[in-house]
Design a protein around this ligand. Structure first.
Ligand SMILES: C[S@@+](CC[C@H](N)C(=O)[O-])C[C@H]1O[C@@H](n2cnc3c(N)ncnc32)[C@H](O)[C@@H]1O
Ligand code: SF4
Length: 371
């Protein structure tokens, strides 16, 4: 089974009004303290899991492009010294246009990063301002151009279904985005999360029908551009699916290192789930680490929920190998039949997949589908 490492850097220049990730602005950060905490965590896991081979590493945040590239280099070197690492390891880093320049990019590349994920969000200055971003569209385009010259794979994140956005406006912007000719895109519909500034202000996304039309449009346009949807929000051709994210969706294993990070791995035949505290001080003081053993039912449900987000869906043989039973044993047979008749799901010899119609209401399908 594929194994990866997620490393979370929890600091940002400022807090975006829609974001509920464990991230916050910080005036000063003692890098030596952070380096030691990451190294302790990484080497601790390496001693516990000596048989795993690392196939992906993901530096996420927060804004890992803000930190000193020397820290990224040291952590990659620690990973290579402490774990078995495959020759073709995928190493991704999230970069914000306001803290990524060519010099940093060259340092990340030299350290081994081979996939840069740029948080663009929009190519319209007015909307970037609304989203609380510190960069302009021009800054984002410059960052993308510089990244394309340095990294074999560049991805970019966008947020659509913004309040007041029309279908025609999104079509226009989406075409400009696809003209960037990137190998990978993430298109997220704006969600209003509790506890965020947007939630407090009562910001509302466009009505459901328009969001569905925007989703369909995104589907069509990306397919035409050769970067089809392979997960609810992710688009790329088969050769450029994000290997690390596939771990999350297809029953892979990973360790989560840093503030708020989660992990899932097998150890002595048990499925272990880990979670770090969302408070940066807890991680550097090695407090707030929690873990527990997942039951077979919990493991099965997680795998069903995540795999159905993907174009490949839930593979029957993979499920049986991971859970030790058929997926039908965890589903309500009558509901499964109804969902097939209604055109939301397809179930066959290969496994279980969500149709385009089903993807639109995926979260609403689950409660009655699972037994
Ligand atoms: C973990 S965030 C951090 C990446 C990076 N710090 C940045 O902001 O560019 C990853 C992505 O999630 C998306 N995202 C975060 N909150 C969102 C929300 N409430 N609705 C839709 N997309 C969101 C954004 O596209 C963001 O780039
Ligand atoms: S969206 Fe990115 S930059 Fe903005 S607060 Fe969240 S993690 Fe930080």
């Amino acid at each position: 089974m594929s194994f990866g490492i997620y490393i979370h850097w929890p600091f940002c220049r400022s807090k975006c009004p829609y974001c509920d990730f464990p991230s916050r602005p910080a005036k000063t950060v003692d890098l030596n303290v952070w380096e030691k905490a990451y190294e302790d965590s990484l080497t601790g896991y390496a001693a516990r899991l000596p048989d795993k081979t690392v196939r992906s590493v993901f530096f996420g945040g927060g804004t890992p492009s803000m930190t000193d590239p020397a820290l990224i280099e040291k952590l990659i070197s620690t990973i290579k010294k402490s774990f078995k690492v495959s020759d073709d390891v995928e190493i991704s880093l999230e970069a914000n246009p306001d803290s990524a320049n060519e010099e940093k990019m060259l340092s990340w590349r030299k350290a081994g990063v081979n996939r840069l994920s740029v948080g663009v969000q929009s190519l319209i200055d007015r909307d970037l301002k609304f989203l609380g971003r510190l960069h302009s569209a021009e800054d984002a385009l410059k960052t993308i151009e510089a990244a394309k010259a340095v990294f074999p794979v560049v991805s970019a994140d966008f947020i659509y279904a913004r309040p007041d956005q029309t279908l025609a406006a999104w079509k226009n912007e989406l075409r400009q985005i696809l003209d960037l000719n990137l190998l990978h895109y993430s298109f997220y519909q704006l969600t209003i999360e509790e506890g965020t500034f947007f939630h407090k202000k009562g910001v509302e996304p466009p009505e459901e029908g328009l969001c569905a039309d925007m989703f369909d449009l995104t589907d069509r346009e990306t397919r035409l551009a050769g970067v089809p949807r392979y997960e609810v929000s992710n688009h790329a051709d088969k050769a450029h699916h994000c290997r690390h994210n596939q771990l999350y969706w297809q029953g892979g294993e990973w360790i989560g290192v840093g503030t708020g990070a989660h992990g899932r791995f097998t150890e002595n035949g048990r499925f272990v789930a880990t979670a770090e505290s969302p408070l940066p001080d807890d991680f550097i003081n090695r407090r707030g680490h929690e873990e527990y053993v997942l039951t077979q039912k919990e493991k099965a449900e997680e795998l069903i929920l995540t795999a159905l987000r993907t174009e490949d869906g839930l593979n029957r043989d993979v499920f049986r190998a991971l859970v030790g039973s058929d997926f039908e044993n965890f589903l309500d047979a009558g509901v499964l039949q109804d969902y097939q008749t209604d055109g939301f799901l397809v179930c066959d010899k290969k496994g279980l997949r969500t149709t385009a119609k089903g993807l639109l209401i995926l979260n609403a399908l689950f409660p009655s589908l699972l037994v």
